[in-house]
Design a protein around this ligand. Sequence first.
Ligand code: TXA
Ligand code: MG
Length: 306
Amino acid sequence: MRLNLEQAAARILKGEVVAIPTETVYGLAAKFDMPAAVQKVYELKDRPPENPLIIHVQDSASIYPFVDQVPEGFDLLAKKFWPGPLTLVVPIKKNCIVASVRAGLSTQAFRVPDHPATRALLRMTGPLVAPSANLSGNPSTVDPIQVEHDFGSDFPVLDGGRCREGIESTILVFKEGSWQVGRLGAIPQEAFYRYLGYLPKLAKVNETPLCPGQSFRHYAPKAKLHFGEDLQKAPVIIGFSDRKYPPHATLFSLGHSTLPLEAAYSLYTVLRELDQKGIPEAWIDAEIPQVGLWNTIIERLKKASS
Ligand code: TXA
Ligand code: MG
């Protein structure tokens, strides 16, 4: 069910959950200070209670009431990247946010999204929790049709069209005096160097992830995906429009192999398309440069195939 701004705000203020557009992916939004509404978000997604939610706010000043002191670099990052696809996890004042929102942690993830409809909505509702609007484990959703596919055609969606980035925000966590990457996302790791004076550290594969959500199965279609295997006999290939593949193969294209923005934009739509077409297995062309936004795409493809 597609809603306009006023309808979406009215429902959220009553304690209902509404899917909302952001520049990254759609989110499942509820008032951050209504525990029953927050609970509904977890239930709708079938999300484990130990995986906390991001609070979406109108501007960076909106987070000041929740913190004793903003961490070093926060104002700089906020000024440069907000509104935009960056989430910042910061230590907060004791018990100032409902425990279920932050899964009992003493930190909170915040983000100022860059989508005109949702920015207008936030002015009407105040801060909103919004995890990605997909069933837990499924690929995220980048348009209202994909949201309706996961939650049904009666589910209320504030229609903001197709998401511009198509991939989730980058998450930086302030820990032990520096910013570290909790999740790769739409902003490449390298982009932070000139503002922080250092490259935010990325957790190693065997380390406990900084974001609890990174431990769960993610971004995966039902189709079995192969990453980095020989493509010669592959019947279905997830690859690039400018590359030559064996003639018998069906190509699901991530766009041109020199355009990471295009690959990010089409990634979840391609993964969802495999299932819609009932394709049981696909092989990923893993010849992808390990730099910038490509690293986010590689990480998502690896997770989807694990
Ligand atoms: O682009 C995005 O970030 C989208 C749009 C809707 O804003 N949202 C999104 O939310 O991707 P979600 O819930 O699918 O992913 C949020 C991630 C999870 O991995 C969660 O564990 C992590 O953020 N997170 C939330 N609060 C945290 C905290 N206090 N400390 C560490 N990680 C946290
Ligand atoms: Mg998600």
